[in-house]
Design a binder for this molecule. Sequence first.
Ligand SMILES: [Mg+2]
Length: 445
Amino acid sequence: MRPESEDSERDSASRHAKNQPGTAQPGTAQPGTAQLGNARPGGNRLDEETLRELRRSSILHVDMDAFFVSVELRSRPELKGRPVIVGYPADRSVVLSASYEARKFGVRSAMPMAVAVRMCPSAVVIEPRHKLYYEVSGQIMAIFGSITDLVEPLSVDEAFLDVGGAIRRLGPPREIGELIRRRVQSELGITASVGIAASKFVAKIASTRCKPDGLLLIGPDETVPYLHTLPVSALWGVGAKTVEVLARMGIRTVADVAATPLPSLRKILGATGEHVHRLSWGIDPRPVTPVRAEKSIGAEETFAVDTGDDALLHRELLRLSHRTAERLRTAGMHARTVALKLRYADFSTITRSRTVSTPIDSAQLLYGVAVQLLESVGPRPMTVRLVGIRAEQLEEAAQAPLQLSLDRRDDNWRAAEQALDRVTRKYGNKSVLPARLLDPGNGPR
Ligand SMILES: [Mg+2]
């Protein structure tokens, strides 16, 4: 799927010509290219050369400013200009979002709440309303989707967009960035910052540098000089450990990395050396990759022999819950609704579903709901042939998904199951299962 496919010819050339005086005037197209099927009423057409040039920097990174705080301030405008923190006011909680006024005191996202409040005692602390943020997130993504199909969400409030195919329709990337900022402001009442560049990596740097409420385009020719003014930590994949290792070798800036011969970097950093070296020269060929939102995730099993045994059904539900939860976590999704499916011996099928108050991605919680649903069916008319679980109404996990659960026990389950995911990925599916599932009884086929 190339961006051109969604390119509309309507009314774009005149718009564009207006915005790029001297570069896109009608009639400036090269002879021989002018009639390649692009003629339109009025005779205006976008200069191919200009279009090519504009498409060199067509990747946008759009990021809301202090997202959760901004959403809260819509209904509490009297707090504008004051230090505001969104997070649970509990000891073990962390800051989910801080206003720029609070950041002046050193408050940062993911900082323990206790530390943040000590740093900024005047801050107003607001408890998060995740449901509301998910709603606004959906509206943000809808605006992005109206610009281009090539949207790669990074979290609830930020995404990469490749707008190369929207230039004819909407104007140069800079104008598209401003259009998005205007729409977010007027339709949602919050502000967004937009970075524009030839690559995802540089676009992300650009949006970070122009926050809050800004737009920064780093053109192809400015990219390397700009990168070379930054510290090594600006490079993707360079964390605190790598910064330390590089500093020991006297490498502190992106320019230092660029000036270090590749074999030396490989010696210092191993395989990462090559990646880091390429980034230091602004080379990042990764395309914007849209993720298709899954509508539901589930698993089902047909029994080897039809069964009426509750214990066996429960054990199978537990197994299916684990399978479903693992897939949810891999997809970075939470479910608001859990559905149970039963197929009887005569192939008649029933489903029951329940919506939970807090989105879930843990097998224990899925299993709990599934058992309630099974009980809600009441006496079964005959034996069961197939049982299934489906997680529905999926939502993207928030940046700090642990905060979604208020119950510490759930968090512990989650942590245990995430550890299980890691082992499963490493050693395959059968190596670790809850003890109840290891019973070699008459499980399903
Ligand atoms: Mg953000």
